[in-house]
Ligand binder design. Structure first.
Ligand SMILES: NC(=O)c1ccc[n+]([C@@H]2O[C@H](COP(=O)([O-])OP(=O)(O)OC[C@H]3O[C@@H](n4cnc5c(N)ncnc54)[C@H](O)[C@@H]3O)[C@@H](O)[C@H]2O)c1
Length: 340
């Protein structure tokens, strides 16, 4: 951190998690006098009343990246790399996924390395990865030693970027922190380009009084709903963990890797629907249409749903308490207050 201020560059700021992160950072007592440099290929909005510069920047272009390291705020102390092309988007447009999910991260790392070195600071480089790095045969419970063998363009690119961040950290060029996030529910707004989008949709749409499609099972009593499990976290907890990642001393990470699988909890699709019914009544469930889709079922079913998160918790990361019901309740409050 610079003597009197914390300069933070956040990419993907027109996106969902980054927009939440901005507000959590500004309220964090351990991140004093935040000066934010915000970037996205879509013009991001600056928070009101906080020192911030917002750039419309395509991060696949080195010149655009350079601009982010040469603002009047100075060289960032922390970089949050949150921009990206999500799972379905990267699968459908392989070349764009490679450019954004690997090449631009590598270019951003290099800028952090060179500008950090010139400014005499080791920049903290915080990266959001995903459980999509896993694929193939997996143990019942994924541990920090489970080898990641992705089976998607998105998962492969996340893993490639993780490896680069580990290596840059090992060489002392940046101070990397890689967070493999669970699937985050409930996401507001229109469905995202992710195969997991329905996990939010089956809660969000009924709470807004509109119908949602559940691609698992053909009816509310279908046993497939009990069989399919997912590894989840709330947005609130995830963003708190993103902030916490910047406060962990580098010496506390395992010597050979900066990768941490964040805490989460396991829930079946049935448990999500039960939580909806408990919070919003059985009539909310009637808004869910069951249109079984074998492809979605296979993809979501291939993701690990149980993790040993003891290492993450030792580092001070936290999980959601109480499963889905409090998360659905909070989202309902957000809908009622016009925040979602
Ligand atoms: N939401 C989840 O459940 C989840 C789970 C695991 C990991 N993640 C990761 O967390 C991060 C944030 O996720 P999100 O849900 O907020 O995603 P999002 O899609 O809402 O935001 C991503 C942002 O990246 C921007 N972007 C894309 N290409 C760009 C480019 N060339 N230059 C600059 N900006 C570009 C997009 O415009 C978008 O605003 C991503 O890296 C994602 O892979 C999210």
């Amino acid at each position: 951190m610079s003597s009197d201020k914390t300069i933070i560059l956040i990419t993907g700021c027109a996106g969902w998690l980054a927009s939440l992160l901005i507000h959590t950072l500004l309220a964090d007592p351990d991140t004093p006098n935040c000066h934010l440099i915000l970037a996205d290929v879509v013009q991001p909005t600056s928070p009101v009343g906080a020192p911030a510069i917002a750039f419309k920047a395509d991060l696949t272009d080195t010149a655009e990246i350079e601009k982010l390291f040469t603002t009047e705020f100075g060289v960032p102390d922390i970089v949050y790399a949150l921009h990206g092309i999500m799972s379905r988007g990267a699968e459908d447009n392989f070349d764009l996924g490679l450019k954004v999910n690997i090449d631009s991260v590598r270019m951003l790392l290099d800028a952090a390395r060179h500008y950090g070195e010139a400014a005499g600071k080791l920049i903290k480089f915080i990266f959001t990865s995903s459980l999509a790095v896993y694929g193939g045969p997996l143990p019942e419970v994924v541990t920090p030693n489970t080898i990641a063998t992705p089976e998607s363009a998105y998962g492969m690119a996340k893993l490639a970027s993780e490896l680069a961040i580990n290596e840059y950290s090992r060489r002392g060029l940046v101070d990397g922190r890689v967070l493999r996030l669970p699937t985050i529910v409930v996401r507001p707004g229109p469905p995202a380009a992710a195969t997991s989008a329905f996990l939010s949709g089956i809660i969000r749409e009924p709470l807004k009084g509109t119908s949602a499609v559940c691609p698992i099972g053909t009816s509310p009593t279908d046993p497939k709903l009990d069989a399919l499990h997912t590894w989840l976290a709330s947005p609130h907890t995830t963003v708190s963990n993103l902030v916490h990642a910047s406060h962990i001393p580098a010496s506390r990470f395992l010597r050979h890797t900066r990768v941490v699988c964040l805490p989460g909890f396991t829930a079946s699709v049935r448990e999500l629907l039960d939580a909806l019914a408990e919070v919003a009544g059985p009539e909310a469930l009637e808004l869910v249409r069951f249109e079984d889709d074998a492809v979605s079922r296979k993809i979501v079913g291939s993701w690990p749903a149980r993790f040993d998160d003891a290492y993450a918790r030792e580092l001070g990361f936290v999980g959601d308490e109480g499963g889905m019901v409090p998360i659905v309740r909070r989202f309902k409050e957000d809908v009622e207050a016009g925040r979602a």
